[in-house]
Design a protein around this ligand. Structure first.
Ligand code: PA5
Length: 447
């Protein structure tokens, strides 16, 4: 495995803009990151935080591989239903290592929206006799996934009659929720999501491993990469430790010299999907209200190199100094494309040139290069960011593992959809909407 982390343009010694970290800043932040890592490790030891265990579940990964191989013999398509942490990791890995063309397995589609104009045609385009539907929800109470599942079950029944159940797999909590009840009552195949692993930290659990394995991605290699990262993290000295160094630096830019925006600029196929996964991890884990009433968070933004150099870099260069940057690229750019020579050199020069321009403007920039476009590197990289996010959150004095804001949105949606126990909430919300001061302007229509 070969991953290069370069944080030199976070250091004031190199940046010389007043926006870099001094040697003292770094010392203090590294100590903070070490303490925070211990605190996450303590919660892990108490069984409250489970993502550090996932790289070691090799036996489970092998079982998933075997199940997936059996499915590949009978079916051609897999349709994944889920949203947020139940979907983004699968998309990131699949696209990251080469999209559908790299998969030697089922044709995988991840449906993470309920826009009927997208969802229904997509569902109808699936050959339901040859499709396995995988519905993923930790809680089993997410309105979007529940609605998708109801429609997919109807389609499976219409196409397959009584054998519809053979074409459905549920990935959910081992004990609780409507999906678990459905699996137990209807005898539907299922995989458990460890109760102490939340959605956005779950890509290396059956949430990501099962659909990815069905698509031909190796779950064992994903875990191997993550395990290599986990082991390096546990053994290396703070200054040699990419997890601790990154956690120290990003926590500096979250709370000490706060940069409200964190931009990932990606160079290379599939990395924008990885950035999408990271956006959720960063936003939902760190955007929090502290117990003392202070608000914490950093807006994660994505930019695609080189395309967005021509739309966003002007802002990054001359606009407010309110951002920290992470540049990510493949070292080798995946499968060699015949005749790529000059274009590749240009692409590499764009990467260096854009970093150089931001450096000239005194902006803090990290660069990360991933050796190969494969499972081992992606597994390590995702696990790296899970640790960094957990430690940065801990440093900021918030709980990186909860998501009260998302839960609130789910509650209101369920109430608006007429769920009985939420009738009072619905009434209150409707009264509030009706009572708001009007400022609506409509042109055309009936208004
Ligand atoms: O990270 C999270 O916890 C969330 O984004 C969830 O993954 C998302 O809300 C879906 O929840 P569930 O898996 O319970 O359907």
């Amino acid at each position: 495995m070969d991953i290069r982390f370069d944080f030199s343009l976070f250091l004031e010694k190199n940046l010389r803009s007043g926006d870099g970290m001094t040697a003292r800043d770094l010392r203090i932040r590294l100590r903070g990151a070490e303490k925070a890592a211990l605190s996450v490790a303590r919660r892990h030891a108490e069984g409250k935080v489970g993502f550090p265990d996932l790289p070691f579940l090799a036996k489970e990964a092998r079982a998933i591989s075997r199940d997936a191989a059996r499915l590949r013999k009978r079916f051609t398509h897999m349709l994944v239903l889920g949203i947020g942490g139940s979907a983004l990791g699968t998309k990131a890995v699949l696209e990251g290592i080469g999209g559908r063309s790299a998969g030697k397995g089922l044709l995988l589609t991840v449906a993470d929206n309920v826009d009927p104009e997208a969802f229904l045609p997509m569902l109808r385009s699936h050959p339901m006799k040859k499709t396995v539907v995988v519905a993923i929800s930790k809680s089993g109470g997410t309105p979007e996934t529940n609605a998708q599942l109801a429609l997919a079950v109807d389609a499976l029944k219409r196409a397959n009659g009584r054998s519809w159940k053979e074409r459905l797999v549920l990935v959910t909590d081992p004990k609780n929720g409507a999906f678990r009840r459905m699996a137990d009552e209807e005898g539907i195949a299922s995989y458990p999501i460890p109760p102490n692993v939340g959605g956005r930290f779950s890509v290396l659990s059956p949430v990501g491993l099962f659909p990815l394995a069905a698509a031909g991605v190796s779950p064992e290699k994903l875990l191997l990469g993550a395990k290599t990262m986990e082991t390096a993290f546990r053994r290396k000295e703070p200054r040699e430790n990419p997890v601790l160094f990154a956690s120290a630096a990003y926590s500096h830019y979250l709370t000490v010299n706060p940069k409200p925006v964190h931009v990932w600029m990606t160079y290379g196929q599939g990395l924008d999907r990885v950035a999408e996964w990271w956006q959720q991890l960063w936003a939902e884990s760190l955007g929090k209200l502290r117990p003392d009433g202070r608000r914490v968070g950093q807006t994660p933004a994505r930019a695609v190199g080189v395309t967005d150099q021509h739309s966003q870099v002007q802002l990054y260069q001359d606009g407010p100094a309110d951002k920290v940057y992470t540049f990510v690229k493949w070292m080798k750019g995946g499968a060699s494309v015949p005749g790529a020579g000059r274009l590749r050199s240009l692409f590499e020069a764009e990467f260096e040139g854009t970093i150089g321009a931001l450096w000239n403007a005194g902006r803090p920039v990290a660069r990360i290069e991933l050796g190969e476009r494969d499972e081992v590197h992606i597994g390590a990289f995702l696990h790296f960011w899970e640790w960094v996010t957990a430690i940065v959150g801990e440093c900021a004095g918030i709980d990186p593992f909860d998501q009260p804001g998302v839960e609130e949105g789910k509650k209101i949606t369920r109430a608006l959809m007429g769920e009985k126990p939420a009738a009072r909430l619905r009434e209150r919300f409707m009264r509030k909407m009706e009572g708001r001061a009007p400022a609506e302007i409509r042109i055309g229509g009936d208004g």
